[in-house]
Design a protein around this ligand. Structure first.
Ligand SMILES: [Cu+2]
Length: 185
């Protein structure tokens, strides 16, 4: 009887814990600091017709309790739906499918440098010198305060043949894996 009671109690407690995680999880996540904190809007954006070749970029993150404090951030990705683009006018439509604010900055890759090899500074960011443009505004073109979760941002640039790196340069995000490489032919 005692054994049975113990099993039942364990099951009840487990159930309570899971329910607590399910209920409190999102609240804890949204209580974080940083760009987009407190915004839970999943409203999409009506994007305009974009000029030139359109590259769809998706920003994702795992969310979860690890994201606070800028430490232990993993599982963040920036992915493009094409790795090769013809030179000329190129539009990047960046959709934030994550739970944090993100952005996309276009940087040329010098020499044989590969994406993801830039050094992060003490502020958690990489050097953006030489940026050719960025999509970091919510439901708008160009630079802004970050693309909020569920929203999109976009930018149109003219690219010469070469290799480029798309990065999210919010603190810690590049080091957490937010970069993608594209080749312009
Ligand atoms: Cu990011």
């Amino acid at each position: 009887m005692l054994v049975l009671f113990g099993i039942v109690a364990t099951l009840v407690l487990t159930g309570v814990s899971l329910a607590a995680v399910a209920l409190l999880g999102p609240g804890v996540i949204d209580g974080s600091s940083g760009p987009g904190a407190g915004f839970r809007s999943r409203a999409g954006c009506s994007t305009p017709a974009l000029a030139g070749t359109v590259v769809n970029v998706t920003a994702t993150d795992m969310g979860g309790p690890m994201m606070g404090g800028g430490r232990g951030m993993g599982g963040m990705r920036l992915s493009a739906d094409r790795a090769v683009v013809q030179h000329g006018e190129v539009s990047f439509l960046v959709t934030n499918a994550g739970r944090l604010a993100h952005e996309m900055v276009i940087l040329p890759l010098p020499g044989s440098q590969t994406a993801g090899s830039r050094v992060t500074g003490g502020d958690g960011k990489i050097d953006e010198t030489g940026s050719l443009g960025e999509a970091s505004a919510t439901c708008a073109s160009g630079a802004g305060q970050g693309i909020l979760p569920g929203a999109a941002g976009w930018v149109t640039v003219t690219l010469s043949p070469g290799r480029y790196e798309l990065v999210c340069n919010l603190p810690g995000h590049y080091a957490a894996g937010m970069y993608a490489q594209i080749t312009v032919t």
